[in-house]
Design a protein around this ligand. Structure first.
Ligand SMILES: [Fe+2]
Ligand SMILES: [Fe+2]
Length: 205
């Protein structure tokens, strides 16, 4: 049996070599909030896993977008972040702030990294609606959205977030299970989410 939890584990500190590591280093000062450093590294692994199934997707768009998509959270006060996402979200305007600020900061980071100019506009469009837009603009957008959510099913995320949301472990896993059907665009992300959750149910309860 494939151990999905194992496959979705991030490399410890680095994303790899080259331009993605460079983007990540530039993003790091904006990721030290809301556990976004570990979220970004695991979501990066999830995106690479999903890209294996979609050779026609543009890796240079999806991977840069996943590294940069949440840098805007740094502009949202930590005391207010929990009202802006998750099961108890009641402030969609604040969630919107992290997208809009994210576009601004991601743009600056791509300039600093001299990232492929022809990819930047699409990356920023994806970041701009990565949480608030329910539809996907493209295959690249679908993979970004699915990788972003797939991380929630990893052990690291479940352990962090059931506590942060003040929910019991089983209660939180049940909540996650109920979201699978509507969250994912690709059948592969849907399957990986179900597999990781089944493994967690076995290991954690
Ligand atoms: Fe986000
Ligand atoms: Fe995210």
């Amino acid at each position: 049996m494939i151990n999905t939890q194992q496959n979705l584990r991030p490399s410890i500190e680095r994303l790899g070599e080259g331009i993605y590591q460079e983007l990540y280093e530039l993003a790091k000062p904006y990721l030290d909030t809301r556990s976004n450093d570990i979220h970004t590294r695991i979501a990066f692994t999830c995106a690479k896993e999903l890209l294996k199934f979609y050779p026609d997707a543009d890796q240079a768009v999806v991977l840069a977008a996943i590294i940069l998509h949440d840098v805007g959270w740094k502009m949202v006060p930590e005391s207010r972040q929990l009202t802006a996402f998750g099961p108890k979200m009641k402030d969609p305007d604040l969630r919107r702030v992290h997208e809009v600020e994210g576009v601004r900061i991601a743009s600056e980071i791509m300039v600093a990294a001299d990232y492929d100019f022809s990819k930047r506009e699409e990356i920023l469009l994806i970041i701009e609606g990565h949480d608030s837009r329910d539809t996907a603009l493209s295959l690249n957008d679908k993979l970004l959205k699915d990788a972003d959510k797939l991380w929630r099913f990893t052990q690291t995320s479940v352990e962090i977030y059931h506590q942060r949301f003040l929910m019991g472990l089983q209660e939180y896993m049940d909540w996650l299970e109920g979201r699978i059907e509507n969250w994912f665009f690709t059948p592969e992300a849907d399957r990986l989410a179900r597999e990781t959750l089944a493994e967690l149910q076995m290991n954690l309860t």
